[in-house]
Design a protein around this ligand. Structure first.
Ligand SMILES: [Mg+2]
Length: 416
């Protein structure tokens, strides 16, 4: 096989693994010219509109068949993501068949490779990718869970997640302080227990800027939380990248022994897979990581080098449902489990539910802290997800199962 025919036959996954510009260019060329791609569902993408509102960034994808899909992009730096899509992506995707989701994903990702291979780029692309899944579901009359493996759960257990930081909407309640006290954290945990939750996550938000804090509020906080919720509650502990490996091992061992935490999340700096490996080798209970990994290639290293036990791809950051699906299925080859990372109440949460309901290696939990009323995202939808006594129902309507209220959305978008 000569080099030219090798390039035209090789998969895009192989091309990316080599990270060779000539190979990437060949894949883009193949997409633009190959006669294989003339197979068409008859649907064509006619317009793509990113819409930014406070706390969320949505993408509307219209087709010639009258089917419109809605996706969600990453919430961070929303105006930049919108500009990136408008300047660098949308013009290349108009006219494509929306049912050929993987081809479009490959094209968007490799065409944008020089602008960055994760972070803002994958977060913005997620909006288009997620909208394509909504279109496919609506075209076939199926929820996304039925498109990606088939639904085997009707409802998913929620875990309540809460952070030590005082957010801007909470300032008044906590008297202008920056951090909540252990007793205040315990009070939040008790509220989740009252709502029927059987699992919670304590986020200490230590982060790299305050690495290995001394004194460390984690022990007192988890102690009070455990006392407030009793022995039956499952407690996840999130270090938010706050420890060096030796300190993470020390803290993890103590918290497991004293308060029976179920997992420690992001114990060390994100993307530092060798330090993570020291932690996973030393602790004999599950380690969670992945909310700062964005593609299958980063997750490959997270698994092969870091040996994380539970993976956290984010459907709004990691390039959308398509990339998360590949990450989840790659994880199954290593007998690893995953939990979609998304604390966002509407499309992000529906995506987590579709995953947890259809992938055998999905954990039984979905992060959900309720509607987060200060964000006001519910008003952009005509229906809502159904929460009852610690469980969320998996939407069974086509696509994401959510109906956008475009009028409400455009009204707020104008104010941006
Ligand atoms: Mg986290």
């Amino acid at each position: 096989m000569n080099r030219r025919s090798f390039l035209s036959n090789t998969s895009i996954i192989g091309a990316a693994a080599m990270i060779h510009p000539t190979t990437v260019a060949a894949e883009i060329k193949r997409f633009e010219t190959s006669s294989e791609l003339n197979v068409s569902s008859g649907l064509k993408i006619t317009r793509i509109t990113p819409i930014v509102v406070p706390y969320a960034s949505y993408v509307k994808v219209e087709t010639n068949g009258g089917i419109t899909g809605w996706g969600e992009s990453d919430k961070d730096f929303r105006p930049l993501g919108k500009i990136f899509l408008e300047e660098a992506v949308i013009k290349h995707v108009i006219g494509k068949d929306p049912m050929a989701i993987d081809e479009i994903w490959n094209y968007m990702y490799f065409k944008s490779y020089d602008e960055g291979s994760y972070g803002l780029v994958t977060g913005a692309l997620a909006g288009i990718d997620n909208a394509l899944w909504d279109i496919k579901g609506k075209a076939l009359g199926l929820p996304v869970s039925d498109l990606i493996g088939g639904r085997f759960r009707d409802q998913v257990k929620c875990y309540g997640s809460f952070g030590a930081n005082v957010y801007s909407h909470e300032k008044e309640k906590y008297g202008g302080r920056k951090k909540k006290t252990p007793l205040e954290m315990a009070g939040i945990a008790a509220n989740f227990a009252d709502l029927g939750y059987t699992a919670i996550k304590v986020r200490m938000q230590i982060r790299q800027l305050n690495i290995d804090p001394n004194p460390d509020p984690s022990f007192e906080t988890v102690k009070e939380v455990r006392a407030a919720v009793g022995d039956d509650m499952t407690i996840f502990f999130d270090a938010n990248n706050g420890y060096t490996s030796h300190r993470a091992i020390e803290v993890g061992k103590k918290l497991r022994e004293l308060y029976n935490i179920a997992t420690i999340e992001e114990p060390v700096t994100m993307n530092n897979y060798h330090a993570l490996r020291e932690v996973t080798d030393a602790l004999d209970f599950p380690i969670t990581a992945g909310e700062h990994e964005y593609t299958r290639w980063q997750f490959r290293d997270l698994v092969q080098i870091g040996n994380a036990d539970i993976l956290n791809p984010d459907v709004l950051k990691s390039g959308g449902m398509s990339e998360c699906l590949k990450i989840a299925q790659m994880a199954s080859a290593f007998d690893k489990r995953f939990m979609i990372h998304s604390a966002y109440p509407m499309i992000g949460t529906s995506a987590g539910l579709q995953f947890a309901a259809s992938q055998p290696n999905a954990m039984e939990y979905q992060e959900y802290v309720g509607p987060r009323p200060w964000m006001g995202l519910q008003k952009y939808f005509k229906n809502d997800l159904e929460f009852n006594q610690g469980f969320l129902k998996v939407p069974t309507e086509p696509g994401w199962g959510l109906e956008m209220d475009e009028k409400a959305l455009l009204k707020d978008a104008k104010k941006q």
